[in-house]
Design a protein around this ligand. Structure first.
Ligand code: PPS
Length: 294
């Protein structure tokens, strides 16, 4: 059966097919700079959304300038080489002038070691794993042709950590445990939905860009789901070739639903119980609970 993931034998992680062994190896020596900003997430947790916020904040709200280049160029995704990339993004990043903004989904075990030290800024976005599974289901299915994975098949792969980047629990827990460190900002997708203005304020303070209320309001409007959905520089209509359909048979777009709680229309009662049980087991003894997302 066609797949969207490969097992990296050395690390034991499932990764995207576009993450070669060479990239994984290069991460071990990739030079991290003190003034880098790393947007780190488990897939489908609000990465693109945060990338655009960070980019707008670092440009002090100069939306006209950032709108001239694609988000992928402004905040390269270090993990992969896609067919539309002229060369590996890590090479672009090596040559980029500071301040670099970088996106990664790598779990801490595969991240360039310099990121785990105190110096660069890390913004971690977490999303309720149930909504993550739904979003991943549509997204990853878009990379394979018929027969597509059925919802239950995908759910089981997720539960077994056999999806790109492996365990949601381990990924999130690592940065959750470091969330009080001065160089780490930990936010949730759900808080972004609740009060985006507050998040833009937090990001601007964290990155040392003092913005007035009017600028924050413009960034909030620019980063709303409806604005981003129609913005070709961020909505990936030019990059991502998705070939998937939702329950009504419509093609899936990268900017798909952008809501909280969609899992309720996908999970069976048994799946919900299975995930809750697993959640309790994996996060036992930690203070990360599902309440974080509600
Ligand atoms: S990726 O491919 O892992 O980088 O995807 P990622 O950007 O992390 O997550 C994609 C989901 O985020 C939603 N999204 C947004 N929601 C609300 N507001 C804004 N502005 C926004 N931008 C992106 C996007 O729709 C995906 O979620 P789902 O649930 O699939 O709609």
């Amino acid at each position: 059966m066609e797949t969207f993931a490969r097992l990296d034998e050395e690390s034991g992680f499932h990764l995207l097919l576009t993450t070669s062994k060479e990239i994984v190896d290069r991460m071990k020596t990739f030079k991290v700079r003190d003034d880098d900003v790393w947007v780190i997430t488990y897939p489908k947790s609000g990465t693109t959304w945060m990338q655009e916020i960070v980019s707008a904040v670092c440009a002090d709200g100069d939306l006209e300038t950032i709108n001239k280049t694609s988000l992928t160029e402004r905040v390269p995704f270090i993990d992969c080489v896609f067919p539309f990339d002229k060369r590996p993004p890590y090479i672009d990043l090596e040559e980029m002038t500071s301040r670099r903004l970088i996106k990664t989904h790598f779990p801490h075990q595969l991240i360039p070691p310099g990121v785990l030290k105190q110096t660069p800024k890390v913004i971690y976005v977490a999303r309720n794993p149930k909504d993550v599974i739904v979003s991943c289901f549509y997204f990853f299915n878009g990379f394979i042709s018929e027969p597509k994975l059925k919802w239950d098949e995908f759910f089981q792969l997720f539960i077994k950590d056999e999806v790109p980047y492996g365990s949601w629990f381990n990924h999130n827990l690592y940065w959750w445990n470091r969330r009080h460190e001065a160089h780490v900002l930990f936010v949730t997708y759900e808080d972004m939905k609740k009060d985006l203005s507050n998040i833009v304020h937090q990001v601007s303070e964290f990155l040392g860009h003092v913005l007035n209320e009017e600028t924050v309001a413009r960034i909030v409007d620019h980063c709303s789901f409806s604005s981003m959905k129609k913005n070709p520089k961020v909505n990936k209509s030019e990059d991502v070739m998705l070939d998937s359909a939702d329950s009504s048979g419509k093609n899936i777009q990268f900017m798909r639903k952008g809501i909280v709680g969609e899992w309720k229309t996908h999970f069976t009662v048994a799946q919900c119980e299975q995930l809750d049980k697993l959640y309790k087991k994996r996060l036992q003894g930690t203070d990360l609970t599902l309440d974080v997302f509600f």
